[in-house]
Design a protein around this ligand. Structure first.
Ligand code: TRP
Ligand code: ZN
Length: 885
């Protein structure tokens, strides 16, 4: 908590640090009611800042200073200044040593930043600015140092003592305590520091690198979870191999460790050699984790591992450059997941997520560029824009340069900047230099916020046999009022003839036709491309693979979309044609509902999905994706004014109609797949994910029929499944059904069976929080009283509160404002406990401009109530004040 008004920090004010730290030596004495931290910093004047010795200003928060020495001379109170956030000293030479001792309180740290306790173990989270809660330091990413860390703790309770780097010594003390020392030879910023002390078991393995070095791999967990580590270990080894093969990157230390903790604000953290993970991002086995959870574990293990190069060896100069490591690393982990599973399905899922949530962020009060130019609290900028849109920007560079050119660029980047703290401009420069290209205009993607619109129109000239596409780009105003200049938009496209065959493409001025799919670079506000030798008017397939994060519009009619669904060579665009068709059909229904008319479903959607279901050549995961209607959240995002009730009614009506009209084919595919599932032991691999995905979406449609044989099948699947994917779907289907007795029984059986597994209980909470049946808020309030629930655990908050406010739109947006009031009450409580989580849970309220006047007023009133509720953390203050501005 603060006492002064939080202030805005600007990229344009960046200055290199006045002083550097070459070596950091830390000793931690861990006790139950406090911890002592002794730090020795070997420092020097930063030569780039010139001569003179300005005061040394160290960052520090919530630290009780016990002693401070400069070059072995203990300072008196008159020799330094202390305020809430700093310790200021006057160095007397170019090189000097600072020693401090501080007392901190991890045992009462509920913010989960700095050193804290989770389920009895000590752990740390230092990114972005948490290290200043551990000791006085230059807590900024461009100050890089080697670290040695000694940990001293009671032996029985904390047998395992870990920090970054390699272990160099350990031993008992006479008082029942013991110590261990770790040394990290790689220069790193403080945000990558980590410490763990606890009673942990580990799964061990090893990896031989491309140059033949053996690396010890260890995953540390609480003893009861030792049977849930194998999937993460397999994922780690696959990631290490993949990074060697695809990026030429080898691991550098002799040991790589992952530790799972139950209380964690995000997914995981890439601390050098000692990644700390939310247990939800490590633990997975068939009986307790769904397919989606298995895929998430694989992706996050890869993401954190890949940071060892994209983030740690080459780090960020300042926090405005966060996407330098996050956008690039998300791009890398998406490439990995695509290679391990289905590329098209991964792309579909990523794009659906981006379009729903990042586009909404880009259109809201917190909109910011991939490289923001100001912030109040950096924790608020670990966003969909920095991560997901940042990854799209790197992906567009990949598209423009091709795989080989991109690899040349990344090689140059890693070679040129190894051991440095650099900027997004440095990344792009390496791409430019390695390929001899100019990306100056392209870099607007880093500095301009907002989602570009790309309106496309066509003109066919039968006489000349030419076909022209005209692209008009624009970008909506964002809160920064910045003027938007044209982006470079890579548009991958193809042209289909009347039979659905692809046409070899030749632009006017080119000598001969070439490939059937190519990338056009649209860089002007309006630009026309003309194809020649086109014998009849074609149908364009635009933005294949979603080659740019834009809102593209082309006046397709529904028959054309059905044609693309069948014939497009690009799997992503086949899916997207289906989504566009669904959107058109759903928008009809939304309009009918608004007008009080009878709802009538356009039969073309039924016909299109019937043929998808009948196609046994299609990847079953693709069938499942194509059967999924656009979510209510997406329909909200694309609406001018979101009509909550009509969106819900329209989508539910369409689902009901599809369930009835496609019942036989859904039932047949469900039964066939369930039969295979029954006879196959669980395997966390693509083909099995695909089978279960189709089986489960089929079941969720089928239950809408209310037929007794579907209820029986659901109960059979719930009782007999050997894995959480099938069991949880059966539970969710029951929870959303009218079969009250069966629902209550299944919920009780499930909770009794899994009451000691917090991650499974999270799923139990989520399934109920997401139920769109009436009475949602009362159910959520009742669940908050359940013994397994606590506001102190971020996973619990996300599972219950986050799922309710983010996914259960019809209940959260109840017209009486009860959902908003509830969320505001929670945010006020969380603000005092855990500001990062409080500020994230606020997101749904920040979208108030999307709704009707009555809801707008109710949402704003709750934001104002939060603003007036007392002392706000910088995190909540920033989001609330920007939302109301
Ligand atoms: N660097 C982490 C990642 O993306 C993000 C992270 C983990 C984080 N914990 C955090 C960010 C706490 C802010 C606060 O892999
Ligand atoms: Zn990351």
């Amino acid at each position: 908590m603060r006492t002064e008004q939080p202030k805005m920090i600007y990229l344009k004010d960046y200055q290199a640090p006045e002083y550097l730290i070459d070596e950091t030596h830390l000793t931690f004495e861990l006790f139950e009611d406090h911890t002592l931290v002794h730090a020795q910093l070997l420092m020097r004047r930063n030569p780039v800042r010139g001569a003179g010795l300005p005061p040394l200003v160290l960052d520090g928060q919530l630290l009780e200073l016990l002693s401070v020495s400069l070059d072995d001379r203990e300072l008196g109170a008159a020799d330094y200044q202390l305020d809430e956030n700093h310790l200021t000293l006057q160095p007397s030479g170019n090189s000097f040593t600072v020693d401090t001792s501080v007392k901190i309180h991890p045992e009462s740290n509920t913010a989960l930043e700095g050193l804290y306790k989770s389920s009895g173990m000590f752990c740390t989270q230092c990114e972005a600015e948490g290290f200043r809660k551990i000791t006085y330091y230059l807590d900024r990413p461009d100050v890089m140092s080697t670290f040695t860390t000694t940990i001293i703790a009671e032996q029985h309770q904390y047998p395992v003592l870990l920090s970054n780097g390699n272990p160099i010594g350990s031993g008992p003390q006479e008082d029942g305590r013991h110590w261990a020392t770790w040394e990290d030879p790689f220069m790193k910023p403080a945000y990558l520091f980590a410490l763990v002390a606890g009673d942990l078991w580990c799964v061990e393995d090893s990896f031989t690198t491309m140059t033949g070095r053996d690396v010890a791999l260890r995953i540390y967990v609480e003893p009861e979870n030792i049977d849930k580590c194998q999937h993460a270990m397999n994922s780690l080894k696959k990631s290490m191999r993949w990074d060697e093969e695809v990026y030429g990157r080898e691991y550098d230390l002799d040991i790589f460790m992952i530790v799972a903790v139950n209380d964690f604000n995000m997914g995981a953290m890439e601390n050098k050699g000692l990644n700390i993970f939310n247990s939800s991002a490590v633990l997975a086995r068939a009986e307790t984790a769904t397919d989606a959870a298995h895929q998430r574990v694989e992706a996050i293990v890869a993401h954190e591992y890949f940071h060892n190069w994209s983030g740690n060896r080459v780090t960020c100069r300042d926090w405005f450059q966060l996407s330098l490591k996050e956008g690039f690393t998300v791009f890398r982990d998406a490439g990995f997941s695509s290679d391990m599973n289905s590329r098209t399905v991964k792309r579909i899922q990523d794009v659906a997520y981006l379009r729903t949530h990042q586009f909404a962020e880009d259109a809201g009060p917190m909109a910011h560029a991939v490289r923001p130019d100001s912030f109040i609290e950096i924790s608020n900028f670990y966003t969909l824009t920095v991560y997901e849109k940042g990854s799209e920007v790197v992906g567009m560079i990949h598209t423009l340069l091709g795989a080989e050119g991109f690899r040349k660029g990344s090689d140059l980047y890693f070679e040129r900047h190894d051991g440095q703290a650099v900027t997004c401009d440095d990344f792009v420069k390496a791409m430019e230099d390695a390929n001899g290209v100019d990306l100056t205009q392209f870099k607007r993607w880093y500095s301009q916020a907002g989602t570009p619109r790309l309106a496309v129109s066509e003109r066919y000239d039968a006489q000349a046999q030419t076909y022209s596409l005209t692209f008009r780009q624009s970008c909506p105003q964002t809160p920064d009022k910045q003027e938007k200049l044209p982006f470079v938009i890579p548009v991958e496209l193809g042209l289909l003839d009347a039979r659905g065959a692809e046409i070899a493409l030749q632009l006017a001025g080119e000598a001969a036709p070439g490939a059937t799919s190519r990338v056009l670079s649209v860089s002007e506000a309006e630009q026309t491309f003309t194809f020649v030798g086109i014998a009849a008017k074609p149908l364009p397939s635009l933005l294949r693979g979603f080659s740019a994060p834009v809102k593209l519009s082309f006046p397709y009619d529904r028959d054309q979309l059905m044609f693309l669904m069948q014939h497009d060579r690009d799997g992503f665009n086949r899916w997207d044609a289906g989504q566009q068709l669904s959107v058109q059909v759903l928008q009809d229904l939304i309009g009918q509902h608004q007008q009080g008319q009878e709802l009538v479903l356009d039969q073309r959607l039924v016909v299109a999905l019937r043929s998808v279901l009948a196609n046994d050549q299609l990847d079953q995961a693709m069938v499942a994706e194509m059967l999924s209607l656009p979510s209510e959240a997406y329909l909200t995002e694309i609406s001018e004014v979101a009509q909550v009730d009509s969106i819900h009614a329209a989508r539910e009506f369409a689902r009901q109609q599809l369930a009835e009209q496609l019942f036989d084919s859904l039932w047949q595919r469900y039964q066939a797949n369930r039969e295979v599932s029954k006879n196959t032991a669980y395997i966390a691999e693509n083909e099995h994910f695909a089978r279960r995905a189709l089986q489960n979406i089929a079941l969720s449609y089928l239950m809408l029929s209310g037929k007794p044989q579907v209820l029986a099948a659901t109960l059979e699947q719930f009782d007999a499944a050997d894995n959480m994917t099938e069991r949880l779907t059966a539970l969710a289907v029951l929870v959303n059904s009218p079969f009250e007795a069966e629902k209550a029984k299944a919920l009780a059986v499930f909770a009794e069976h899994f009451k000691d597994n917090p991650l499974v209980m999270d799923q139990w909470f989520s399934v109920q929080a997401g139920s769109t049946l009436p009475g949602g808020l009362e159910r959520v309030k009742a669940l908050m009283e359940h013994p397994a629930f606590t506001l102190r655990n971020p996973n619990k908050v996300r599972a219950l509160i986050g799922a309710f406010a983010g996914q259960n739109l019809i209940n959260f947006h109840a017209a009486d404002g009860s959902g908003y009031r509830f969320l505001a009450d929670i945010v006020i409580q969380l603000n005092a406990l855990n500001p990062q989580i409080a500020s994230r849970q606020l997101a749904p309220l920040t979208r108030w401009r999307k709704y009707d006047k009555a809801r707008q007023a109710l949402m704003k009133a709750e934001l104002e109530r939060i603003r007036a509720s007392g002392e706000l953390s910088a995190d909540v203050y920033e989001v609330v004040s920007k939302s109301l501005a």
